[in-house]
Design a protein around this ligand. Structure first.
Ligand code: ATP
Length: 328
């Protein structure tokens, strides 16, 4: 087993609250274990452009409460090419870096795995950081809890005005391929319907359920639409329903990027700290091409290969069943 001496940490793909607590944990755990640490700016772009800096304990002071990522993040097309990867490798070697912690989503892990297979002398551990909560190998990903809380706070406010005016609100939340935020926010806010990318929604059923709600004397209705719903955008869905439902004034709200921001919740601060700590310990133990995750409140390692190819990840059955029953 090679003994690592210098590791680099980067954040890549979409930013997620909890990345900063994770960076802090990586830096301080590494220093505690006598390793040197380098921060890479803007994900894989920083590896290619050699945009890295030495970090010390104070580099990560007062960041636990910050959303976003102090290292910045980027989507980097060049890293998908062999030339881009070679440049990144040469820059890492020139700095004497022998281990990498990558915090990001499935795209980030795909890049990490390809890179690690080409250059196995650089050990790599991934940390699941994406608000979408759509990675196999960890029940929760960094940022999901904070983003869901942000969505809930916004929908509670919309409910107040919806109720005052007998309105039907269609609210679009993030999740192109994953309805995780939509489902949890929907249950937490008592949404009358939740449209998810994982489920084919019949618009006729949606209209019938809104009409039934009105007959049952509901004074407002909230329909949450995950952005990846198969019927197109939230405006298209609202238009289809508007033709059939006369008793409500219909409004549309797209929550957009506010869902990514904000101070990480207690859960994401702890999760980021646990996963960052675990990532460095895994590297010291000689692990590579794995991700750290949380399952049944235990830290577990899953190979990146398995994390990327397994399709077992799905929304919880009981949440799916209760979503409708609890909102009647
Ligand atoms: P999120 O879930 O928030 O979108 P992500 O990590 O999936 O996060 P992506 O933009 O898909 O975000 O991927 C991040 C970066 O990973 C890309 O910009 C690119 O640099 C790298 N990457 C993605 N796929 C590959 C690939 N096939 N080969 C090499 N690098 C890749």
């Amino acid at each position: 087993m090679q003994k690592i001496s210098k590791l680099a940490v980067l954040t890549s793909g979409g930013d997620a609250p909890g990345m900063n607590p994770c960076i802090r944990a990586v830096v301080r755990t590494a220093i505690y274990n006598g390793l040197n640490v380098v921060g890479v700016k803007q994900g894989y772009k920083g590896l290619i452009e050699n945009d890295m800096y030495d970090m010390n304990k104070r580099s990560v002071s007062n960041i636990l409460n910050l959303g976003g990522t102090i290292l910045k993040t980027a989507r980097c097309l060049e890293f998908r090419t062999d030339e881009g990867m070679e440049t990144a490798y040469q820059n890492l070697k020139a700095q004497g870096i022998d281990a990498l912690v990558v915090i990001g989503g499935d795209g980030t892990f795909t890049g990490a795995l390809r890179f690690s297979k080409k250059y196995p002398d650089i050990q790599i551990i991934g940390v699941p950081g994406t608000i979408d909560n759509d990675l196999y190998g960890s029940t929760y990903t960094l940022g999901f809890d904070t983003a869901t809380n942000t969505v809930i706070e916004a929908i509670d406010k919309i409910r107040d005005t919806a109720d005052a005016h007998d309105r039907l609100f269609f609210i679009e939340v993030m999740g192109r391929d994953s309805g995780a935020i939509a489902l949890r926010a929907g249950i937490s806010c008592g949404a009358e319907a939740i449209l998810l990318p994982e489920v084919e929604t019949a618009i006729a059923d949606l209209i019938a359920s809104i009409k039934t709600g009105h007959l049952n004397k509901k004074s407002s209705s909230i329909v949450i639409v995950a952005e990846g719903d198969k019927h197109g955008g939230v405006y298209d869905i609202a238009k289809m329903v508007e033709k059939e439902v006369e008793h409500y004034d219909i409004k549309v709200t797209i929550l957009g990027h506010l869902q990514r921001g904000g101070s990480p919740s207690s859960f994401d601060r702890i999760l980021g700290s646990r996963l960052g700590f675990a990532a460095v310990n895994a590297l010291i133990a000689g692990e590579t091409q794995h991700m750290v995750g949380l399952r049944a409140n235990e830290i577990v390692l899953t190979s990146l290969e398995e994390a990327l190819t397994s399709h077992e990840f799905k929304l919880e059955d009981d949440l799916m069943q209760m979503a409708h029953i609890l909102s009647i």
